[in-house]
Design a protein. Sequence first.
Length: 112
Amino acid sequence: MFKLDVTRHFDGHIISKGQVVLVMIGSANRDESKFSNADTFDIHRDPNPHLALGKGIHFCLGAPLVHLEAKNGLTALLKRYSAIEHQEPFTLHPSENSAVYGLRSLPLRVKS
């Protein structure tokens, strides 16, 4: 949250000097103007201009580590278990954090 020090025009709106602006990062990848069916998880979405690790000069320096840890963690999980499936009934419970989008839990059943 911050206050503007000058008046700005943004996407057809005027944000006046001194007005408080709250940026909702958790909604960035759910923008209907960038994604069709923005609220639907689609692993095959193409193009997928998401902002998960930032962009441009704000790109996360730790992004390669995130990718490596995700790859290693998922590889180990898939090698360890012969089957991974969601529990029935399957419902997603999003976190109630306005800064980061995620799940409160993801109940899974695994078989060795």
